[in-house]
Design a protein around this ligand. Structure first.
Ligand code: PBG
Length: 325
């Protein structure tokens, strides 16, 4: 007989009690704000499917970084839009590329902000795939050197952390070797270790102009049906030298986040991706959902599942909401 002795509602009676027994306290300390860097100056264009998110030139990026740092968000992750795309995505490693210049400018501003860069080719290739192609096949090994060169160019510009998102096999080892060879031993690698082939990247591909021009990404990104395979991917990336790992997307993969957390004792990130953000924004605009409550519930659930680092387009709003209690 448990009732009436046991009454769990006793601890839900007031906010003081609820706060006192709360298991997960969402904080700003693990938030990462994603940003899209365009060529040119004074560019600031809103992404139509992601209200509040902009493609911006370096000058505007730096302005927003002041705001991001002011809000107590510890890190940004940068995605680049090239001037020109080609077969091998050569602008990904250009010393004067938009991302590389943005890193330097943020460094120059001396903000209290970690700079993470996404390392991938899909924004830079004419075919929109994350590696080089032969006909319709995405080649693994020839892509590694290109990815490593992109990471090196980010490190040279001053990135704190590079984050490969391409899902080629062996890229963490290739990037680690390249960075070490050039004495960037202290640049950390946050590997998108378990990245699924997801419909929830749709709005991002508009923001980053990176939709594949033929086929899809199923031959390199993971099958959404697999969770045990994620543990293997994580294990391989850690063996190759990843310092931190990521599960992406977040919401349909909370079980994967949880399993990775249970199995591995390294900093774990989750990416609350563009489609997840767009759904909340669209429903809120229609008055169908309370944006603040929904976004905070989502972020709390990602942290509760086990991710201590959360990449999210809600970061600025969340930081404001958390500041005001
Ligand atoms: C690049 C990359 C993608 C995202 C992050 N890095 C898109 C993709 O793989 O198609 C998605 C981020 C988001 O949807 O917010 N490979």
């Amino acid at each position: 007989m448990t009732f009436p002795t046991h009454r769990p509602r006793r601890l839900r009676r007031s906010e003081a009690l609820r706060g006192f027994v709360r298991e997960t306290n969402l904080t700003r300390s693990g938030l990462v704000y994603p940003m899209f860097v365009s060529p040119g100056t004074s560019v600031r264009e809103e992404v139509s499917s992601m209200p509040g998110v902009f493609q911006q030139s370096v000058d505007r990026i730096v302005e927003e970084c002041y705001e991001v740092a002011d809000l107590g968000i510890p890190a940004v992750i940068l995605f680049g839009l090239p001037e020109r795309k080609d077969e091998t995505g050569s602008e990904a490693a250009a010393a004067d590329g938009a991302v590389q210049r943005a890193i330097e400018a943020i460094r120059h501003a001396k903000l209290n902000l970690l700079v993470i860069t996404d390392v991938c080719l899909c924004e830079y290739t004419s075919h929109g795939h994350c590696g080089v192609v032969d006909g319709e096949i995405v080649l693994n090994d020839p892509s590694l050197e290109l990815l490593a060169n992109a990471a090196l160019s980010h490190a040279r510009a001053g990135a704190d952390i590079v984050a490969p998102s391409d899902m080629m096999d062996g890229r963490v080892a290739a990037i680690r070797a390249k960075l070490d060879e050039h004495k960037f031993h202290d640049v950390a690698i946050l590997s998108y270790a378990a990245k699924y082939c997801s419909a929830f990247y749709g709005p991002f591909r508009e923001a980053a102009q990176s939709a594949p021009q033929f086929g899809d990404r199923r031959s390199y990104q993971m099958d959404p049906a697999n969770a045990r395979e994620a543990l293997r991917e994580v294990n391989l990336d850690l063996e190759e030298g990843a310092d931190m790992i990521m599960v992406k997307p977040a919401l349909s993969y909370l079980d994967v986040i949880h399993r990775v957390r249970e199995e591995f004792d390294v900093p774990l990130a989750a990416y609350n991706v563009s489609g997840e953000y767009a759904m909340v924004k669209a429903a809120a605009r229609n008055g169908w959902i309370d944006e603040k409550r929904a976004a905070l519930e989502i972020l709390t659930s990602i942290q509760r599942a086990g991710a201590s680092i959360i990449l999210t387009y809600h970061a600025k709003d969340a930081a404001r909401w958390l500041k005001n209690g």
